[in-house]
Design a protein around this ligand. Sequence first.
Ligand SMILES: [Mn+2]
Length: 413
Amino acid sequence: MLHLWVTLFSLCIYAIAQRHHHSSEQHQEALISVPGDFTFDTNSQIPLSEEPWTSKYGAQNDLGYSGPLSFSHFKYRKCLEDASAPFDIGIIGFPFDTTTSYRPGARFGPYAIRSGSRRQSLGAGRGYTLAWGSSPSDFGSSLLDCGDVPISAYDNAKAIDQMEAAYSTLLSRPVLGGTSEVYKEKTRAFSLDGKEHPRIVTLGGDHTIVLPILRSLHKVYGPVSVIHFDAHLDTWPPRGTTAQEGITHGSFFAVAAEEGLLTNTSIHAGIRCKMLGIEDMQHDDTVGFQVISAEDIDDYGIKKVIEKIRERIRDKPVYLSLDIDVVDPGQAPATGTPEVGGWTTREVKRILRGLSGLNFVGADIVEVAPAYDNAEITGIAAADIVHDFLSMMLVDGPPQPHNGPFSNIDLVS
Ligand SMILES: [Mn+2]
């Protein structure tokens, strides 16, 4: 009896599979490309242009909350296997979180940041903000979402190599070139080969993703300075009984410094974590960092914070790494190692605006772990910060104040 039922069931599955196969084959044959902008479906009785939707409403545009997921509705290409679209700034996701010390989940960060970016619609030309007085799409630059890197979730050494290979691949691609002459010289002046290289904005991932990024950047630019927004130092000496165990999201900057990837003119912003003792700060100094603490913003104000970062970096090539835990967990709860008493998103955005004009060779945002989020608050914050990254990298200096009661007051940087 059981045998009969199994046979009947198998026959049903076979029949369904055959039907599906037949209909998809028929569909493929029916779609024939014809000259012009539309595809003609021979199964249809009328041309596409005369169909009810097209004739009445035109194109099938994506809305803020619809369509496939790319950052800010940018064009999406799997750049590692498709070199057909040149880009000046590429967005790439590093879904990696197997070196976290506390709450895992940042492998879902790229997804959450793209999801949080849907309403920005920068790809549809809606990116102007009062703060910047421009949109990242105003500079004639090609902004492309390059997809995610397939990264091993089981072998960290392999994962780190995959990230380096991916980043180096993107860095080696030709740029389209923006409309601004100054922009065109942004990276050429620093690259060891004298060529202009694209800039990559990476969506993490836990913070260890910065080690393979710095290894890639080093091959193109030599040692770089780092502006590091974070609640934590991330400069702990490597610990553990194996080489791989020593590379974590709390030690990767120390590893990078040991490898000679950094200048000794880097700077942290937003630090407020608990430490083993003053020895952590002493070691941090040997890694090449100055420290701006979370409280410094109250004692000295935002303008001074900006001034001190600019003084430290000057005109050197600089990489910006932003751990979302620099923001207070009240405004960005979805992260692996939350620390209270952080900066507001408004403060972080204001500081970023003040850093524009520095010689950025790349940037990232890391440690967004959406499983701990509420109402997408962290994903939306991270996506908005990436929007600021783009402006920060494209404008030639801090923007002028907008028209209004403060327009005559000097607010430079
Ligand atoms: Mn970090």
